[in-house]
Each structure stands twice: as C-alpha cells, then as structure tokens.
Design a protein around this ligand. Sequence first.
Ligand code: ASN
Ligand code: ZN
Ligand code: CA
Length: 325
Amino acid sequence: SWDTVTPGTGNGIHVGNVTVGTSGSAPSFQMVDALGHRTTDLKGATTGAGTVLTDADDVWGNGTMSDRASVGVDAQFGAQKTYDYFLTTFGRKGIWDTGKGAPSRVHYGNAYDNAFWDGTQMTYGDGAGNANPLTSLDVSGHEMTHGVTENTAGLAYRAESGGLNEATSDIFGTMVEFYAASPVDAGDYLIGEELGSAPFRYMDKPSKDGRSPDCYSSKVGRLNVHYSSGPLNHWFYLASEGSGAKSVGGVSYNSPTCTSKAVVGAGRDVAAKVWYSTLTNELTSRSGYADAREGAIRQAKAIYGKGSAQCSSIAAAFDGIAVPA
Ligand code: ASN
Ligand code: ZN
Ligand code: CA
C-alpha cells in the first residue's frame, strides 16, 4: 500500500492533522509514496510538472497557507484516500486499475478557483485570494473519479452522459469524504461545503443551488453538465437515505421526490456499489438517464437479487427522480 515507505505527518488546510505516505530520509523526505502518488508545487505556474515537495523531518505543513506544504498535504492525502476507497470497496487498483498512484500539482496559477483532472494528473488552484485552495476531500475525490469514469464507461462530457459523468464524480467524491472519516471534515451529501459561503452542490435537493433540476426531464441534456448532474445526485441521495426529512451526521436534509411516492433508502454503501457496477458494466460514452436506470436496476438484481429490498430502493429512487421505466 501507499504508506509502506515512510508514513509522514501532515497538517493540511482542509484535512487537518493526518498521516501521509512519503519517501526518502532526513534531511530530505519527498512527498512521493510507494505507489507513485506524488505532489508537486507549481509555484503559481500553469504549465510544467512542478517541483516535488520536500521536507527535512517528514512533518509537513502547518495547517495554514503560510507553509506551502499545507496544500500539498491535502492533495497527497486526498489522492491516497481516493485510492484506498476504490481499492478496499471495489478492488479497483487506482484510476487506471494498475496499482499506480496519480500525481497531483498544487499552487496552480494565481487565485485560481477550481481544480481539475486532465487525464494524467490532478491540479489544484489556491482559490479566491489565494486563501482557500480547492483541496477538500469531496473535491479531490470528485476530480479523480473523472479519471475512473474516463477509464471505464467513458461517459462523454456533454448532454445527458455529461450529467451522469459529473454526478458520478459527486457520488464517489462524497463516498471518499465519508470513507476518510476526517474529524475536521465529516462526510455529508454536500459538495465543497467548506469552500465558500454555500456548498457548490446539494445531493438531497439539487435545486437548492438555484440551477440544478431535482427531476429528470428530456430537457436536462441541454444544461451545463454541472446542473444536468442534479437528478442523478438526487437519485443517489434517495437510494442511500430515502425521501423526506432526515439528519445524517448532524446535517439536516429534506429530500423531495418527483412523484407522490416515498422512497426507502438502502444505505450509501449499497447505492455506491450498484452505481460502480453500473459504471463499469453497463454504461458507455453515449449513455443517458434511461440507460442509467435500466443498467442500475439490472446490476441491483444481479448483486442483491430480484425482489430484494436493495433492488426496490434503487428502482424507487429512479421513480423518485422521474426517470420513466
Ligand atoms: N472542477 C470542474 C469539474 O471537475 C472542472 C472540470 O474539469 N470541468 O467539474
Ligand atoms: Zn467534475
Ligand atoms: Ca462534502
């Protein structure tokens, strides 16, 4: 695993005090782990590989932007936890399923308020005022899941398939956040809740962002992919927790359905397992919401049995977002 060389200690911006896999020895440890997860500092550049972060005593960052390594801790930890989530949950050996860890670049550009996966590596900006880097666990997990999607279903980043692609990243970004069980960033069904005055996205009720639909309609595919993700994010919440008002880990949700029928949740581990099986066994670059429904129900039957409670929840949640049978 990633921490077999030297487990370093890190103080991140968003992840708090954590163990990170590093390598080397005093006085020059490197932020590179045994699987090849490596984090480099771009120092404001927008091209190039950056410089591998190094540290004299393997204690990285001070938890603030005054130490350049703090953001590196977030990125390295996010990559390692995302790797562990896919490995321990689905037996997937990383983004390429080869056992190789993904590289990350931090301090990209000036006040760059985004993060992205480019097919080979992760890149994070320092956010507005260079004070709020885009390195929360749900965002790291979101971006690296784009890599998993690219190497599995290959959902095209446009129309309905693009919405499914984005929602897949929100689903597993959220699962990584729960999996990491961070004392300073507990799991929730919100995306980027610590990064601004409001979360980027709300999975229980996507329309809370003012732009994403809660319900599927044939018009969804005309929206930007970050809004056409709304119905599938809502499906994931409904399949996990069920409809109506509920508090999970101290966060209050109130998830509507698009019909008058209530949905009983099957738990997020079930919903995530069914969605991963759908992504890897059912979907292709051109799949849309109807394919998602059909594929997910087929996978739920295969995994849990026709007539199982899990299968009912998966199907009822698609009814709940108004994807026709
Ligand atoms: N943060 C954005 C996203 O992953 C950037 C992008 O790659 N479209 O959705
Ligand atoms: Zn995305
Ligand atoms: Ca979150």
